[in-house]
Design a protein around this ligand. Structure first.
Ligand SMILES: [Zn+2]
Length: 205
């Protein structure tokens, strides 16, 4: 089957605990050290098999083949991708059965990143995630004072809307945020604004 590696922990010797997001599950797997094994990293998409063993509660990860991205040699794209995908681990780790949505979202993103700036593609993708989870606030009500936001808006963690004057943070024109939330487009945002939203995103999904 195929999945995305969203977390890797080293255990004794050079063995690894590898968490993999597939279409329908989040698997915690054990990978024994092997000199002939291909190197794996967080963010890689892999094809793999699991071997279950009565002696261990964790299935063994085997027959791993990396599925490359066209942009895998682009250090900036790979780095942004890995930072984003790592956030899925704390977000999903207590869930076992996963909706197909998450796997498909990452598939779509990997494809979009062929042509698009990685941070813009990720921010747009993240807005889709928030919408799917029912926490994209398109009523534009301020988290802090609960009044409607008419002009200057500022986003805080999880892209929650606030008045810029209430959260004392960077102000955005509301039309730009509406376009991001409703059209899933970052086109109107400047590079500097994208960087700001990127830093918010890194605080956690
Ligand atoms: Zn307010």
């Amino acid at each position: 089957m195929q999945g995305y590696i969203i977390n890797i922990n080293s255990v004794k010797d050079e063995d690894l605990i590898v968490t993999i997001l597939t279409e329908s599950n989040l698997y915690t797997t054990y990978r024994f050290y092997g000199a002939r094994h291909s190197i794996i990293h967080v963010g890689f998409k892999i094809d793999f098999e699991l071997e279950t063993n009565l002696k261990s509660s964790i299935p063994r990860l085997k027959d791993v083949i990396q599925i490359g991205y066209p942009w895998i040699q682009d250090a900036q794209k790979l780095y942004s991708w890995q930072r984003f995908i790592k956030l899925f681990y704390p977000h999903l780790k207590d869930v076992e059965e996963i909706e197909e949505f998450y796997f498909n979202l990452l598939d779509t993103l990997a494809h979009k990143m062929v042509k698009q700036n990685p941070k813009r593609a990720i921010i747009e993708n993240y807005v889709q995630l928030c919408e799917h989870e029912g926490r994209l606030h398109t009523e534009y009500e301020c988290l802090l004072c609960e009044e409607i936001i008419e002009n200057d808006i500022s986003l805080v963690r999880s892209f929650l809307p606030t008045h810029a004057k209430c959260s004392y943070s960077k102000r955005f024109s509301i039309n730009k945020i509406k376009e991001l939330f409703e059209e899933k487009s970052s086109l109107q945002l400047s590079d500097e604004e994208v960087e700001y939203l990127w830093d918010i995103l890194l605080q956690g999904l």
